[in-house]
Ligand binder design. Structure first.
Ligand code: ADP
Ligand code: ZN
Length: 288
């Protein structure tokens, strides 16, 4: 049995074919243009592959409520043509196979807990820190959707006393994304993240915000592990700085064996940037 995988992003659509072990046998990438152009291209790719099901992990916000009349839609994105777009419906109609559907970050999380170093864990948070910040949540073995789905990149932050930067989020200013995503770093410091590698102050402040967000997540969701991915986390010195911040800000309020072993508690993604597409395979398997 082979499965189709679609990692739908704001800039590119990654389409792949894989087996039940998450082995990807082929993969293409198509720029995300208007759906009238991009969706038929993807359908043509999958149509001739004889896949048993398709898993889609998609940029959002999304309607994931199976009882909703707009289940499977991308809802309010500013991307031209994609707002209120029935992405699941388009593929279901054309391919006539089961379609699994979730957020891009839940897809990456599912990839990590199915095929990666967090295999078997049932309470995990996955955060990606890139152009935006998003997070997927698994609780008691289930991906968390709730009313909509978590938008943990927009959790409100207590600004650091030394940080005059007001924050970049058009909705909240000083939310996690507004203070710590790649574009916020660039606006605050006047240079791209990768050109600031040697500036310790940059990464100490970045760790303060990411650490604060993780403390909030520990206190609200009680995860067994936090996985961090995305372009900004290529600054690998951040991992230790974040672990120290979490310890400091949590201030021994919660003490568990998992938290005593911070190196295994806050970890990088383990699947070489394939966690998203492999998660889509699992979404497809679960849809059959
Ligand atoms: P996207 O979020 O758009 O899917 P990425 O996860 O690659 O893509 O994130 C892009 C952001 O990460 C940009 O703001 C970029 O400046 C930043 N970034 C990429 N590589 C690095 C790096 N090595 N160090 C610091 N920041 C980086
Ligand atoms: Zn925000």
């Amino acid at each position: 049995m082979i499965y189709g995988a679609l990692e739908a992003g704001g800039t590119k659509m990654v389409c792949a074919i894989g087996d039940k072990n998450g082995q990807i046998t082929e993969q293409i990438s198509i720029p995300t243009n208007h759906p009238d152009e991009t969706v038929p291209e993807m359908i043509a790719y999958f149509k001739e592959k004889n896949i048993a099901a398709l898993g889609i992990a998609c940029f959002g916000p999304l309607d994931l409520n199976p009882r909703s009349s707009t289940y499977g839609y991308i809802t309010t994105t500013p991307k031209p043509g994609w707002a209120n777009y029935d992405i699941v419906g388009a593929f279901r109609k054309a391919l006539q196979i089961p379609i699994g559907f979730d957020t891009d970050v839940n897809g990456s999380l599912l990839g990590e807990v199915t095929y990666g170093s967090s295999k078997g864990l049932e309470n995990v948070v996955y955060i990606t820190i890139g152009t935006g910040i998003g997070g997927g949540v698994m609780t008691n073995g289930k991906l968390l959707h709730g009313m909509l789905h978590p938008e943990l990149g927009h959790m409100l932050m207590r600004p650091h006393f030394s940080d005059p930067y007001p924050g970049k989020c058009p909705f909240h200013k000083n939310c996690l994304e507004g203070l710590a995503a790649g574009p916020a770093l660039e606006a605050r410091w006047g240079a791209k993240g990768k050109d600031l590698a040697d500036n310790e102050k940059v990464w100490e402040l970045e760790a303060y915000y990411i650490g604060q967000a993780i403390v909030n997540l520990i206190l609200t969701l009680s995860p067994e592990r936090i996985i961090l991915g995305g372009g900004v986390m290529h600054q690998t010195q951040l991992f230790d700085l974040i672990r120290q911040e979490v310890k400091k800000q949590l201030n021994d309020y919660v003490i568990t064996p998992l938290l005593q072993n911070m190196d295994h508690y806050i970890v990088p993604a383990s699947l070489h940037d394939d966690q998203g597409i492999m998660g889509c395979i699992k979404l497809a398997i679960d849809a059959t």
